[in-house]
Write a protein that binds this ligand. Structure first.
Ligand code: NI
Length: 177
């Protein structure tokens, strides 16, 4: 297990499409997932995608813990999602603030589908199939965007709503994706 360096916006590897995982039994995949988990936890992230640590495979992890400061915020169980496919459940979009471990210290207002179904596989190759909404749906869309070489600033509609976290939200501790 190891905490890996997270690539920052500007690194061309963050712009490349990731390849699907073909071999679920490989020790390299198991090691990658452990490293992603450890890196996300160490940096207090809500999610991480493999390209963020320089691995061009379709693997994301995410997890949102209960935060006593935001008792209404939805929690999301630790999830490993390999070769994900997203299907929006309606055309409804919602805007909310996002951050990213690859864009440290920044926040932007990003439109996302309000509800979607996500399908893929867990670390052992077992199918995952969930229909979710709200923040859970947002985190999944953010992470899966990384697999297509898309960083959240590319999705901001009005760049007036993009800025430094400590200026936008003084005194708050916020998670990054
Ligand atoms: Ni991110």
């Amino acid at each position: 297990m190891a905490v890996r360096e997270v690539l920052k916006m500007g690194d061309p590897r963050l712009l490349e499409p990731a390849r699907p995982v073909g071999d679920f039994a490989s020790p390299e995949l198991a090691r990658l997932i452990v490293d992603m988990h450890d890196t996300m936890r160490a940096l207090n992230g809500a999610g991480l995608a493999a390209p963020q640590i320089g691995v061009g495979l379709q693997v994301v992890v995410f997890e949102v813990d209960a935060n006593p400061r935001y008792p209404d915020a939805e929690t999301v169980p630790y999830t490993v999602l390999v070769n994900p496919v997203l299907t929006p459940l309606s055309e409804t979009m919602e805007e909310a603030w996002e951050g990213c471990l690859s864009v440290p210290g920044m926040r932007g207002l990003v439109p996302r589908y309000a509800a979607l179904r996500y399908q893929g596989f867990d670390a052992g190759g077992q199918p995952v199939d969930r229909s979710v909404s709200g923040f859970h749906a947002r985190v999944v869309q953010h992470e899966v965007d990384h697999l297509h070489g898309i960083l959240y600033p590319m999705r901001i509609r009005d760049l007036r709503w993009f800025g430094f976290t400590d200026t936008l939200f003084p005194g708050q501790t916020l998670q990054d994706d």
